[in-house]
Structure formats: C-alpha cells, structure tokens
Design a binder for this molecule. Structure first.
Ligand SMILES: NC(=O)c1ccc[n+]([C@@H]2O[C@H](COP(=O)([O-])OP(=O)(O)OC[C@H]3O[C@@H](n4cnc5c(N)ncnc54)[C@H](OP(=O)(O)O)[C@@H]3O)[C@@H](O)[C@H]2O)c1
Length: 256
C-alpha cells in the first residue's frame, strides 16, 4: 500500500523538523524543503531510517521565484500527490520596521505571505479534484498583536486560513493555522534575540505545539492555539488596549 505524502517547508530544524517527524511517525512519506541541502539530506536519512518512510529532499530558497516554482510544481503534482502541506518556513526580524532596509522587510513578507499563498494555490489544484487534503499554515500568537510586519504577516495567515477552511472544508480540504507563542527552536537565536528576557512560563516545547496543531487540523479546526496560557493571552489581546499589547509584544525583540 502506498503511503500518503506530506511536504513540510522549513524542515531542517525547529517546528518544521517536528512536523516532519510526527507525520512520518503517523505513516507519511515526506518531502522536506529548506535552503541548506546538506542538512536536509542528513534529516532525510535520519527520518527515513527511524520511521521506515521514503523521504524526498527539495533544497530551495522559497523567496527566490525560480526555486519557489520548483516547490510549487511538486505540490501541484498529480503523481505521488501531496496530501498534507505544512507551510512553516519563517524567521523574525530583530530591529523595528524603519531601521530595516525596505528589501529586508519585503523579503520577510514574501516568505510569510507570498510563499504560503502560492503553495496553497498549488495544493488546491490537486487536492480539490481528489476531495482530500490538509494544509497547515504556521502563524503565531503575534498575529493577534501589533508587531510590525511579522505580526501583520501572521495576521494574514490567520485570516487567510480561517477563510480557506470555511471555503474548502466542505469540498474535502481542511486548512488550519497554528498560532504558537514562544517555542524553543532556533528562531530566536537566528534572529539574534535574548531568550532569557522571556519569562520561563511562556515557553512551549515543539513536540506539544505540533501534536496540538495536527490534532486540531484533523478535527477541521481553522485556528489552533496550543496551550491554555496562550488561549488566555489571545483572549486578552481582543480586549486590552493596543498600547499595552504592543509593549508586551516587544518581548523577545531585544538584541543579544
Ligand atoms: N519559535 C517560536 O517562538 C515561534 C513562535 C510562533 C511562530 N513561529 C513560526 O514557526 C515557524 C518555524 O519557525 P521555527 O521556530 O521552527 O524556526 P527555526 O528553528 O529557525 O526554523 C526555520 C526553518 O525555516 C527554514 N527557512 C528559513 N528561511 C527559508 C527560506 N527563505 N526558504 C526555505 N526555508 C527557509 C530554515 O532552514 P534553512 O535555513 O536551511 O533554509 C529552517 O528549517 C516560522 O514560520 C515562525 O514564524 C515560531
């Protein structure tokens, strides 16, 4: 029997690697996407051996149109179709909007908005005719807060996923956005942020975040907020004044 295929972007580390591991443990063959080919090849070997699944590797910088087109072609393919798409690749900018160059900001929005938009479009082309498929978009609790282009991009992911799940669920395709709070991954280190400024109780572990995200997606939930503490925080963002939420959301943006 052929196994279903899951494609995960940003699969070399952090949440993406955890999505790949849990989907492989659940019997999916994998397509792993990220920029660093050697790291991807190593992950493919490890996951293939550990879970006895087939793993393809697609090294691509998703912000480069020609490289993104190769990934879109794989997502759209009818042969060995992708049943689960996880739009996860992302990163943070440490400095405020006006201090970054406009091309840094543009690159950031491209990865968080244009890439999931294009890959979702490619996936729907083969999922809707088969009346089957799951798309998980990794957003953030920052999507509920005023926090520069990062918060704005993640708000787009939340809104887009909420609409797409309503639009396509009845046609067999579930779309779900997961909104994690702070998670121990390489994210903050890559951004150059000081993790110790963030209170310990706000940290989540990747396995739990991904388990909740996949469970909620299977249940057809449009939005998944892992952990009770972040459900409370999301509820508070809807009633507290903008100035308070904006000040709180500066946490995790202090330089190392
Ligand atoms: N960690 C948190 O606290 C947190 C909280 C909420 C939401 N999130 C979101 O979770 C997602 C995953 O982040 P993470 O925390 O797991 O970060 P991470 O550990 O830094 O992993 C990021 C992944 O994205 C890949 N990537 C980055 N730029 C890419 C590009 N241009 N093209 C292709 N792949 C690229 C990286 O691999 P290469 O460098 O090899 O390309 C890596 O595999 C992001 O969307 C992030 O916004 C994270």
């Amino acid at each position: 029997m052929t196994r279903p295929v899951a494609l995960v972007t940003g699969a070399t580390t952090g949440l993406g690697l955890e999505f790949a591991s849990q989907l492989a443990a659940d019997g999916h063959d994998l397509v792993l996407v990220a920029r660093t080919h050697d790291l991807l090849a190593g992950r493919a070997r490890e996951l293939g051996e550990r879970y006895g699944v087939e793993v393809e590797v697609l090294a691509a910088d998703l912000t480069e149109p020609e490289q993104l087109a190769r990934v879109e072609a794989r997502v759209a393919a009818l042969e060995r179709p992708v049943s689960v798409l996880v739009n996860n690749a992302g990163y943070g900018l440490l400095r405020p909007f006006e201090e970054n160059s406009v091309s840094q900001e543009d690159h950031h929005v491209a990865l968080h908005v244009r890439v999931p938009l294009r890959l979702t479009h490619a996936a729907l082309g083969q999922m809707l005719p088969r009346r089957s498929g799951t798309i998980v978009n990794v957003a953030s609790v920052a999507g509920y807060t005023p926090r520069g282009t990062y918060g704005a991009s993640k708000a787009w992911v939340l809104s887009f996923s909420r609409w797409a799940n309503w639009q396509y669920r009845r046609r067999g395709v579930r779309v779900s956005a997961v909104a994690p709070g702070f998670v121990h991954t390489e994210f903050h280190q890559r951004m150059g942020a000081r993790k110790e400024q963030i209170p310990r109780f706000l940290w989540l572990e990747a396995p739990r975040v991904v388990r909740t995200a996949l469970q909620d997606a299977r249940r057809g939930k449009a939005i998944s907020v892992p952990s009770l503490r972040y459900k409370v925080i999301v509820a508070l963002t809807k009633v507290l004044p903008t100035s308070l939420i904006a000040t709180g959301s500066l946490m995790g943006r202090q330089a190392d």
